[in-house]
Design a binder for this molecule. Structure first.
Ligand code: ACO
Length: 434
């Protein structure tokens, strides 16, 4: 296993029989028991619902310390990257393990431009969707469809052809995302342009129209760039695990990413940014006080959760949420939107929840989705596009994990076990006797 040290062994005693398993340590001191031979040696499997305790890979992409609130991409602090990098540099870092040189960055951007348009026939797909189709559904379907329009996409992970596969997906997915928005509002598609940078291009495709020469606001571009970097990877989260799982069967990158988009859609994962705004709107329109919403979220038999709060890994303030919060505040000030009632509710919810023993005892802090939802709304992005933007941001992480999984000789077809808890063996009953 790469970069993993053997640091001793752990004993498991079953019916007086002693079994030894290796203790291993990762490059940032994370320790684990290697149970890969458990079933072979003992006949037992582990029971770990939600894989809460299970490491599914030795990965060198992203490090998260949920107790200390540390997030590193390839060893760099997310704070430094968010402050100093363009999203595409971070994408390059995640996928190709190093920050690009000036020449590498130029070449990467050139390929991004060359690959930015989608096949004209793909546009026909958009017209077959009903008007209010969720753009995540369109995005997922279109991404998997790309593999039939571009059969030349490479599964070969050597740098050059794979660079084309990667830039094609990174660039075209952004175009599809913007087109799906235009479709939902009944406006003509705006094509990508070589004259814009990555985020400028997306904003222009979203907001320009034949009758309105949209002026790209550099503060909006900067904010979007920051949010995409914050979303770029988060190790073995739900959607990334899906991408790795689908890829482990030998499915191509586009099919694997399409499945990841579906996993991200759920409100407990990336869909939380949309759910945050829907919750704030419900509180506002229902005339509920923030404290009442908090009390409801705490009640055991209530279905309500404080969306944008809590995280499987972070038991302290999410480092991404800190950056998202200050970026959101800068943006709102710039857009002169500091008197948005939803924002007031969001800020009060945050303040009250952080002081509340229920949230303190369970280590529930705002996550990245809490503030990005508010910011996207201020930018004029419709609610159902929030998770699409998250998907655009998460794409480099998905690609990096797919690539890592493909090239790691230790990886296997993902196929967990279960504990069967159904009917024991019983006799078949013919239909006339049931
Ligand atoms: N509001 C109220 N209570 C909560 C919340 C919340 N947002 N989150 C967790 N809790 C409570 C649970 O009810 C549970 O309480 P209990 O111990 O009394 O039963 C306890 O905190 C632990 O919660 P779990 O659901 O077991 O924690 P888990 O790690 O499985 O869940 C999750 C993490 C899914 C993110 C959860 O916190 C949640 O639903 N949050 C709201 C949705 C959200 O914001 N998701 C985005 C996550 S970030 C991302 O994917 C990019």
């Amino acid at each position: 296993m790469k970069n993993v040290k053997d640091i001793g062994s752990a004993e498991l005693i079953i019916d007086d029989k002693v079994f030894n398993f290796s203790l291993i340590e990762g490059s940032m001191g994370e320790k684990a028991v290697d149970l890969s031979t458990l079933r072979r040696e003992t006949g037992l499997v582990t029971y770990d619902v939600g894989l809460v305790n299970s490491g599914i890979a030795a990965s060198d992409i992203t490090f998260v310390d949920g107790e200390k609130g540390i997030l590193l991409y390839r060893g760099y602090k997310v704070e430094d990257l968010a402050l100093n990098c363009m999203f595409l540099e971070v994408a390059y870092l995640l996928i190709f393990k190093k920050l690009p040189t000036v020449d590498e960055r130029k070449y990467f951007s050139k390929l991004m431009n060359l690959n930015s348009m989608i096949h004209e026939d793909i546009k026909n797909f958009f017209s077959t969707y009903p008007e209010h189709a969720h753009p995540m559904a369109i995005l997922s379907a279109m991404v998997v469809s790309l593999s039939s329009f571009y059969p030349e996409i490479s599964d070969d992970t050597h740098k050059e052809p794979f660079l084309h596969t990667v830039t094609m997906l990174l660039s075209k997915m952004r175009t599809i995302a913007a087109f799906s928005y235009k479709k939902s509002i009944g406006q003509p598609f705006v094509y990508p342009s070589y004259k814009y940078r990555y985020c400028e291009n997306f904003l222009n495709m979203m907001f320009a129209s034949p009758v309105d020469d949209y002026q790209i606001d550099p503060v909006l571009e900067r904010a979007l760039n920051t949010f995409l970097i914050l979303h770029a990877d988060h190790e073995q989260n739900c959607s990334t695990t899906v991408v790795r799982t689908v890829g482990s069967s030998g499915a191509n990158l586009y099919a694997s990413v399409s499945a990841g988009i579906c996993a991200l859609w759920g409100p407990l994962h990336g869909g939380a940014n949309q759910a945050v705004i829907e919750m704030l709107e419900e509180i506002y329109k229902g005339g509920m006080k923030p404290q009442e919403a908090i009390e409801l979220a705490k009640r055991k038999n209530s279905k309500m959760r404080l969306m944008g709060f809590g995280h499987r890994i972070y038991k302290t303030y999410d480092p991404r949420a800190k950056i998202a919060k200050s970026t959101c505040e800068t943006l709102l000030k710039h857009l002169k939107k500091n008197n948005d009632p939803l924002l007031d509710i969001a800020m009060e919810l945050e303040e009250r929840a952080l002081r509340d023993p229920y949230f303190q005892d369970r280590n529930l802090y705002p996550n990245v989705d809490f503030f990005t939802g508010v910011a996207y709304r201020a930018m004029g992005i419709p609610t159902n596009m929030f998770t699409v933007i998250f998907a655009i941001g998460r794409l480099p992480g998905w690609i990096a994990h797919w690539l890592e999984m493909k090239t790691d000789p230790d990886q296997k077809l993902m196929r967990p076990r279960q504990i069967y808890a159904g009917e024991p063996l019983r006799d078949f009953v013919p239909v006339e006797k049931r």
